[in-house]
Design a protein around this ligand. Structure first.
Ligand code: LRH
Ligand code: MN
Ligand code: MN
Length: 396
């Protein structure tokens, strides 16, 4: 089934202004613990990663900002990096802290029993807040690699209490226009327990902090079979869904292209975002309360087209989710028409919006087919010949 011109025209205005933030680390080399494959043309500096993100935006109009990870993306002058980004037509977005690559944090960072180590981790977050002041970023995103491997190894309750205290100290420094975003993940690198394993724990922790503390939902961070759209609905209902880290998974935290493993799941998630009022600009400056971000790595495929594919997948599923006839759905639900309601839902999912989206892009001065346009642009070959010398950046 493809869209009738009428129904696409109805939803098209809502596609305007859709923004999906790209992770700087998607443009570095990455791999598994077995091998990191280098690929020609990969960014050698933070400035080149930002330039690659800007290229994705140029071809799609969908990715106006890029997230940084500190210290991976540490530079001397963040004001200059901000100007570099703006010159290329993008802005610097979320600042991600990193307490997972320092020997001192082997047994914990914000939860550590040693106050000196806790303070070191808190100071790192203060440094990230300073970076945000220079970059103009709104969100400080915290994902903690903390937990334990063996029953009895750690005092679960004591760690949760220390976490609350450390987060409160960080939150005190979060500016009035800024947010603290706490990401959860149910396993890895710790295997017995994780200190922020699920949305409930993240919700409990951020609720204790205040209004500007919210939850980040990474689609790869749940147990198999989890109904992620239910989590989306609940966090939106509670006013605490701050952002998404979008990616796909088959087995663990695979960080594959969003919408590749389970497009229907992406559709269901986006439907709940729209249904819950989390889609579209919520603030006077046009920013959305719920930030859409990618958190992916491209281990064997090319990185720039990998990111182009990803934002297009989100756009396509957003269009299909917007097409759900909500009035008909509600009527069927209230009439107890189980199969009728399901059919309304599936009709939208089954709608092929690709031709309409291509025409719509063209009408806005964008390539109808961004993947093909990038492939035919010669940009990749140019990167491969000009980015010689220096060291390609890698994920860590
Ligand atoms: C943890 C995570 C988190 C990190 C990123 C690199 O698995 O999802 O968001 O910052 O990966
Ligand atoms: Mn993530
Ligand atoms: Mn992850």
């Amino acid at each position: 089934m493809s869209t009738s011109a009428d129904s696409f025209a109805r939803i098209a205005p809502q596609l305007e202004g859709q923004a999906i933030e790209l992770p700087s680390w998607a443009f570095g080399n990455s791999g598994t613990r077995f091998k990191v494959f280098g690929s020609p043309g990969t960014a050698r500096t933070v400035e080149e990663k930002v330039a690659d993100a800007a290229t994705v935006h140029r071809f799609t109009g969908l990715a106006p900002s890029v997230a940084l990870h500190i210290p991976w993306d540490l530079v001397d002058d963040f004001g200059a990096l901000r100007r570099h980004a703006e010159d290329l037509g993008v802005s610097l977005g979320t600042i991600n802290s990193n307490t997972f690559q320092d020997d001192d944090y082997k047994l914990g960072a914000l939860t550590h029993t040693d106050p000196k180590i806790r303070q070191k981790a808190i100071d790192h977050h203060f440094e990230c807040l300073d970076v945000m002041d220079a970059t103009g970023s709104r969100d400080l995103k915290i994902w903690l690699a903390e937990g334990s491997n063996y029953p009895g190894q750690a005092d679960l309750r004591g760690r949760q209490d220390r976490l609350a205290e450390s987060l409160a100290t960080i939150y005190d420094r979060v500016g009035p226009e800024q947010r603290l975003v706490l990401e959860y993940k149910f396993f890895e690198p710790a295997f017995y327990h994780t200190d922020v394993p699920d949305w409930g724990t993240s919700y409990a922790q951020v609720s204790a902090l205040g209004e500007r503390a919210v939850v980040c939902l990474d689609t790869g961070h749940h147990a198999p079979g989890t109904n992620i759209e239910f989590v989306v609905m609940q966090l939106l209902r509670l006013g605490k869904l701050g952002s998404f880290d979008f990616n796909s998974r088959f087995y663990a935290d695979d960080d594959l292209i969003v919408g590749a493993a389970d497009p229907f799941q992406l559709f269901r998630i986006l439907f709940e975002v729209i249904r819950g009022g989390g889609y579209g600009p919520a603030n006077p400056d046009g920013t959305s309360e719920v930030a859409f971000m990618l958190d992916q790595c491209h281990n064997i495929e090319q990185k720039i087209p990998g990111q182009i594919r990803s934002v297009l997948n989100v756009q396509e599923m957003t269009a299909r989710a917007l097409l759900v006839d909500r009035d008909a759905l509600l009527a069927a639900q209230e009439a107890g028409d189980v199969l009728g309601a399901h059919e309304v839902f599936m009709d939208a999912f089954s709608t092929d919006v690709r031709a309409d989206l291509a025409a719509w892009r063209e009408s806005r001065g964008l390539p109808a087919h961004p993947m093909r346009a990038y492939a035919g642009s010669g940009h990749q070959a140019e990167l491969e010949t000009t980015r010689v010398g220096g060291t390609q950046m890698s994920w860590t």
